[in-house]
Design a protein. Structure first.
Length: 373
């Protein structure tokens, strides 16, 4: 018989229980796994935010880590089917981060949610800690979970579009993270956007429930739920999907009847919009026809129009064109490819058609755009 997965949470403490190790233990046990917890910092916080933080000394944190890992290994020795995962949350001391990386390096399933910025917008990790985390923990991370405001700190770039989120995810993957989940995109009015980047593929998630997904502790619970699902044997995509389902049912939409109503009435259009964006990211070079995407989604082009119009106030043709235009601009700005080569790269049948498309949406020719940029 398969044993219950063992999940180790390494993060700060929250006296309210809405985040930190307290919330992680609740999530792990609710999802059917055994919880192990290491406290890295003690916080004084209430509904108005964090008023003070006391970081535990390195030897105290590492003593907890070694004890927890010893117990997890003992459990595995009793039942070889027990799988393990580690969620690394907020660790603010640079030396502790280096020592921690040496203890968990053998773990296959490491989910990192560094907590660089609090849900209220306050900076939590000093620059030295961020540097050590990026150098020692990020390269061994299976799934990185960060908000857009944390990405802006890490990469020193502004996240204001879906394309920015995708580019940032690619950059973080280039720094060593196997997969990247970026949360908290609010560049579409009335919606929050998340992006999973896994094996070179981008998948988008959106929600109208901005209040629910912005609640204190949501990101920490989401990262912990992903760790549980990885230890249960899911691949990254399935783990994120199942964690997302858990957060919907247990946390985000378990708030009030009005929130439940939002979920029931908005879930299918949002789901279809996410699917459309993911298909565009995968197929924009080969397919410029909206009918292709509607067919792949098993819906009519008219229904797809209703979905995108409801979600972002644009037609699917415009959404697709803006994505292709963004890629074209990026190639014109950053590559030495000729206009003909860019036309071929983006799947246009001729340079003339590409130039006509570009001028229609950008208001200038590709060549003049390149000169200006």
């Amino acid at each position: 018989m398969l044993g219950k997965p063992s999940i180790l949470s390494i993060t700060g403490s929250d006296p309210k229980g809405g985040a930190g190790v307290q919330a992680d233990i609740k999530t792990i046990t609710a999802m059917g796994a055994d919880a192990y917890a290491v406290v890295t910092a003690v916080t004084a916080q209430d509904a108005e935010g964090i008023s003070s933080i006391y970081d535990l000394p390195e030897h105290m944190v590492m003593g907890q880590v070694r004890a927890a890992i010893k117990e997890m290994r003992a459990q595995s020795a009793v039942n070889e089917t027990v799988q393990k995962a580690v969620k690394v949350g907020m660790v603010r001391d640079a030396d502790t981060i280096v020592s921690l990386s040496k203890e968990i390096v053998a773990m296959r399933n490491i989910v990192s949610a560094p907590g660089i910025v609090s849900s209220g917008g306050s900076r939590l990790l000093p620059d030295e800690a961020v540097m050590m985390w990026e150098r020692y923990v990020l390269p061994m991370t299976k799934v990185l979970v960060v908000r857009c405001d944390e990405v802006e700190v890490l990469l020193k770039m502004r996240i204001s579009t879906n394309e920015d989120m995708e580019r940032a995810a690619q950059m973080l993957a280039g720094k060593g993270a196997e997969s990247v989940l970026i949360r908290g995109g609010n560049h579409v009015e009335g919606m929050l956007t998340a992006l999973l980047y896994d094996k070179g593929r981008a998948r988008f998630f959106t929600s109208h429930n901005m209040e629910g997904w912005k609640r204190h502790g949501i990101g920490g619970a989401m990262s912990t739920a992903i760790a549980v699902r990885l230890a249960m044997g899911d691949d990254v995509v399935k783990a994120v999907d199942k964690a997302h389902e858990y957060m919907h049912s247990q946390v985000v939409y378990a708030m009030t009847p009005s929130h439940t109503l939002v979920a029931e009435t908005a879930y299918r259009p949002v789901d279809l919009y996410n699917q459309f964006l993911s298909l565009v990211a995968d197929n924009y070079r080969a397919a410029h026809d909206v009918a292709f995407y509607a067919d792949r989604m098993a819906i009519t082009a008219r229904y797809l129009y209703n979905v995108t119009d409801r979600m972002v106030g644009k037609s699917p043709k415009t959404v697709l064109a803006e994505y292709i235009l963004h890629e074209a601009k990026k190639l014109l700005e950053t590559s030495r490819l000729s206009v003909q080569e860019i036309s071929d790269e983006l799947g246009f049948s001729s340079q003339v058609i590409f130039c006509r498309f570009f001028n229609n949406y950008a208001g200038c020719t590709p060549s003049s755009y390149r000169l200006k940029n």
